[in-house]
Design a protein around this ligand. Sequence first.
Ligand SMILES: [Zn+2]
Length: 142
Amino acid sequence: MTLSGTVDENSDLETPFAKLNGDLVINMKDVERVNSMGVHLWIPVMARLSAKHRVVVEEISYAFVFNANAVANLFGAARVVSCGAPYYCAACKDHVMVKVTADEVAASGGAPPSKRCPKCTAALEFDELDGYFSFFKNRSQS
Ligand SMILES: [Zn+2]
């Protein structure tokens, strides 16, 4: 399933998850915004869901990465396998969101993996603070 839009106090998080059975893959690429009320609602839903099902979360968005770094239990027992990460292409003078997997971050020792521009294939520069990927590491230790 794919989530999109905004997670806030008006989000209905119960209904979409209520009838689910078995393993679950949640793609969160299109969740653009999340506020503190949204996080507050999100945590118990995800905790319950990941206790009952095997849950894999893919491509958490920029907004969710910041919350994942701040809130240790944001995804309960779910496995987060990838996220969107901001990179900059000096050749295109353009900012691009690139999918980065937990395996790639582990392989580069927690540093931003090297990525190529999807438009011109030039090497991209990572465009965020060093701790951006730390939620991958924090999670695998817990
Ligand atoms: Zn480029």
